[in-house]
Each structure stands twice: as C-alpha cells, then as structure tokens.
Design a protein around this ligand. Structure first.
Ligand SMILES: NC(=O)c1ccc[n+]([C@@H]2O[C@H](COP(=O)([O-])OP(=O)(O)OC[C@H]3O[C@@H](n4cnc5c(N)ncnc54)[C@H](O)[C@@H]3O)[C@@H](O)[C@H]2O)c1
Length: 470
C-alpha cells in the first residue's frame, strides 16, 4: 500500500487521482490534502477519510509538518508547479506532477536537477504513453514493424467544444495565466514523438495563430453571454447550455459508436430526454446521461449534478461566455516541423476545430507504414508491410470514455508498480517518463513557441546551451 498527499483537489486531483485511489483502496491511500477551496478540500477529505488535522488550506502548511507519506501528487494549475514540487522533493517525497512540469525552461531544468539530487522519482503525467493505443504503437515501432522510421505525421485534433471549454472560455485560454497551447496541450504529443523516435531534436520550425475565436468572427447580434438572449442560442454549436446542460457533443459521440446499444442509448437521451428520464428511474446508471455531471461539467461548478448550480455557473461564470467575446489569446491552430538527431523528420498539427476529439498518426518507415486513429468513439491501428498486400490490424476498439482513453489508469498502475520494483513494468515506460525525459518534450514546446513568435528555425543545441548556461 502506497500512501500519498495531494496538493490541489481540483479536477485532476479529485476526479482523476482521488477517484483512482477510491477505486483501488488496497493500493493507494491519500492521508493528507492541501487545497484553498474549503468546499473542494472537505469533499476530498471526506471521500478519502482524511483526518481533520491532515487537511490544509495550502501547500506551505502541508509541507510545514514534514513528510507524511511516500508520494506527493501535485495537481495545481500550470503556474503553480515549481514551488510545491521543489518543497516536496526536498522533504523526500516521490512526486507525481501534472503536465506541463513548469512554464519556463529554467524552472523545468530546476525540477529535473532537484529530482536527481534528491534521488526521488519525479513523474510527469504524460498519460498518453500509458494508453493501450500509444503503447501498442510504441511496441510495434520498437519491434521494427515499419523498419527504420523515416517520417512521422501526427495531428492533435481537439474538438470544437473541448477547445472552447479549455482554451477559449477556460483555464488555459491565456498565456500569461497558464502557458502557450503548444506547451499546455501539445507537450503530450511532443513527448510521444520523442518517445517513438528515440533521439533528441535538432531543429524546430512552427507557424500558427489565433484565427477564429475572436470578436470579429461573432455572428451579427451575438450577445456577450449565451443566456443573455443571444439570437443564435438554438443553432450555435458552442452554446453553453448545449454543451453543459444537455451534453449534446458527448451524446453525439455515443451516436457514432459501432454498437447498436450505445447508439440507441445516446439517441434516446438526445431525442427523447423525457422517456430517458423515466428509464433512468429504473436504472440509476442512466441518470448521468440526462444530467451530465462529469468532465467538462465538473469543472464549471463544484456541484455538477445540481441543475441550479450549473445554471448559475452559465449565468455568472466564465463558461457561460460567448466564445467570440472571451479574453483568450492562445493559438487555435499551430503546426510544428522537427528534425531529429537520427535523421527522422516529423510534423505535428494542433487545432481546435475537430468534430470528433482525437489524434491521428502516420509513421512511414523503410519496411512499412503504420496508421493510427484515436478518437473517443473509435481506436484503430493498421500496419502495412511493403512486402505484403494484406494489412494487419493491430488495434480495433470502440467507445472508450475512461480518463484519457485509459491513460490515467495506466499511469497510476505503472507509478505504483515502480515502487514495488514490479518486473512486469517495462523499463522504457519507467525511465522515459522521468523528469529528464519530460524535459525533452517541454524544450520542444518552448522551441516551437519561439520559432512561431520569432519567425525562424530554432536550433535545439543553441537552446540547450543557453539553458545550461543560465
Ligand atoms: N495530464 C493531463 O492530461 C492533464 C489534463 C488536464 C489538466 N492537466 C493539468 O493538471 C493541472 C491541474 O488542472 P485542473 O484542471 O485539475 O485544475 P483545477 O483548477 O481544477 O485544480 C487546481 C487546484 O489547485 C488548487 N490550489 C490553488 N492554490 C493552491 C495552493 N496554494 N495549495 C494547494 N492547492 C492549491 C486550486 O484551488 C484548485 O482546486 C494543470 O497543470 C493542468 O494543465 C493535465
């Protein structure tokens, strides 16, 4: 049994790590929490049976009492990672830190050095490595499925509604409050490229911008908030009640499932909510579909099952704003081109306009081509061997609504197994998600941001030398 303390009982802290501990009580026990919001703190402490004297209003108070457990989980916002991580490592905690590890190159390097000095694990939550989808691709590539990798073309297709939620209305909409989207979101994808290609990057170019989610693109007569009598409420894809009250985009995901029962359920919840409400009295598990209380609704209010609380959040909070009248400044599309030291080239596209959330990848090698398509409703990996006609299906799965397609679960299993020295946990998963490995993806993100803003190709050796000298 591993014991842990939590810093930041928000969406990730409570709903990802806290929920995992509750589902695996024999493996992980939270014994303390630091969280300034009394409501969140009490919710977390109550659910995890934390003693009142182990509930703290901030990380300073938590760390002031010394080391209380094996692991410290840090799930505060992007700009609040460095300070608590340094303090936790200093006390001798192993640390699970949310990505991005920090928002400056200097702080990222500081964290790597501190974890190596302390001899403690600093695991960054690059959850995608632990999904069945990406670990299958990694195993295939490492096994030589495409021969020598020559080029990778990867896209991160963020759905129009997820992008609006996080990067237009929400917590990661501004660089000065969070970080550039290529770091906040795309560090996962840059990490995957580095993991698959297995060599440091040499050169990085990038183009992008905020083209669409801006005031000049608002339709005529649109109001600043959706519920202020906006004439477009009924036909706007970003209308807040459509996303947060009726969960239309999520139910539409169910409609795209290949299984009839998923399509019937989602269709009934969308088209005959009254009938569905009746049915949900017989089966409480259906209730969630008519009154969605999971992400993203769980981030707009601390009482996501309460319809009045949701209405209040939409009337008064940031998530009720028209997507064309927010104070966002992060890019809504960006492309990154990378040359790696082993000669492999890669392109990465990020955008916030997909109808279906997910990632596509195409890997070209000397002996074959691998295509992968990961969306919420379907996952498929296909391998073409140049010497044969038939394709090989490496993965073919339907709807997966688990956190990050099973990545949250995989990360926790791998982390806990590493404390037991479990030999079944592959070495590369262990070493490559070290803080030093994460530094590579973060440096790539800083380079891409620089390349875009300074309109030039960034030489990674130069960037590394600069960082090491600072
Ligand atoms: N791994 C992933 O794929 C993934 C997905 C989503 C978010 N994230 C990252 O996880 C982090 C947290 O995101 P979130 O959505 O849970 O944010 P959140 O805002 O819901 O939670 C952060 C919590 O930290 C608390 N906090 C603030 N100051 C504190 C202090 N001094 N001491 C203790 N707690 C404090 C806040 O009150 C809040 O409850 C972010 O860095 C985000 O980028 C990672």
């Amino acid at each position: 049994m591993i014991t842990a303390v939590l810093v930041g009982a928000g969406n990730r802290g409570k709903d990802a790590y806290g929920a995992w501990a509750l589902a695996h009580r024999d493996q992980l026990k939270f014994v303390a929490v630091a969280e300034p919001s009394a409501e969140r703190r009490n919710l977390f402490a109550g659910a995890q049976d934390i003693l009142p004297e182990r509930s703290f209003a901030n990380w300073d108070e938590l760390f002031a009492v010394g080391k209380l457990a094996d692991l410290c989980v840090i799930a505060t916002q992007d700009r609040q990672h460095t300070e608590p991580t340094l303090a936790a490592l200093d006390l001798g905690y192993h640390v699970l830190l949310e990505k991005p590890m920090a928002v400056t190159e200097q702080d990222c390097r500081l964290l790597v050095a501190a974890s190596e000095r302390a001899g403690r694990q600093l695991r960054v939550a690059h959850v995608l490595r632990y999904t069945r989808f990406f670990s299958t691709i990694k195993a295939a590539l490492a096994g030589g499925a495409v021969g020598r990798i020559v080029n990778i073309n990867h896209s991160e297709n963020v759905s129009y509604w997820h992008f609006a939620h996080s990067y237009v209305r929400g917590n990661w909409r501004r660089t000065d409050e969070a970080s550039p989207v290529v770091l906040a979101k795309t560090c996962h994808d840059l990490d995957l490229l580095y993991w698959f290609i297995g060599a440091p990057a040499l050169k990085v170019s990038s183009f992008g911008g905020l083209s669409f989610y801006r005031e000049e693109n608002a339709p005529p007569g649109a109001t600043a908030r959706c519920l202020d009598g906006c004439p477009h409420l009924d036909d706007c894809q970003w209308a807040a009640p459509r996303i947060y009250l009726r969960a239309v985009p999520l139910l539409q995901t169910g409609l795209r499932s290949r299984y009839l029962h998923n399509r019937l359920l989602a269709g009934a919840a969308l088209r005959q909510p009254w009938l569905f409400r009746g049915l949900s009295r017989l089966s409480p598990s259906l209730k969630t579909l008519v009154n969605w209380d999971q992400w993203p609704v769980s981030t707009i209010t601390d009482a996501p099952a309460d319809r009045e609380a949701k209405m209040r959040a939409l009337r008064e909070g940031p998530y009720g704003r028209c997507v064309f009248f927010c104070d966002n400044d992060v890019n809504d599309h960006q492309v990154v081109g990378i040359e790696f030291a082993n000669g492999v080239t890669a392109t990465l596209t990020l955008h916030g306009f997909a109808s279906s959330e997910g990632r596509w990848i195409r890997v070209e090698g000397t002996a074959g081509t691998l295509f992968g398509k990961l969306t919420t409703e379907h996952q498929e990996i296909v391998l073409y061997d140049h010497r044969r006609v038939q394709k090989k299906i490496l993965l073919d799965l339907d709807l997966d609504l688990r956190g990050h397609a099973g990545g949250d679960e995989g990360l926790m299993k791998s982390l806990l197994a590493s404390f037991d020295g479990d030999p079944s946990v592959p070495d590369d998963l262990e070493t490559l998600t070290s803080a030093r490995a994460s530094l590579e993806s973060h440096l790539l993100a800083f380079a891409a941001d620089r390349a875009q803003h300074e309109n030039r190709v960034v030489d990674m050796d130069e960037l590394r030398r600069e960082g090491e000298g600072s």
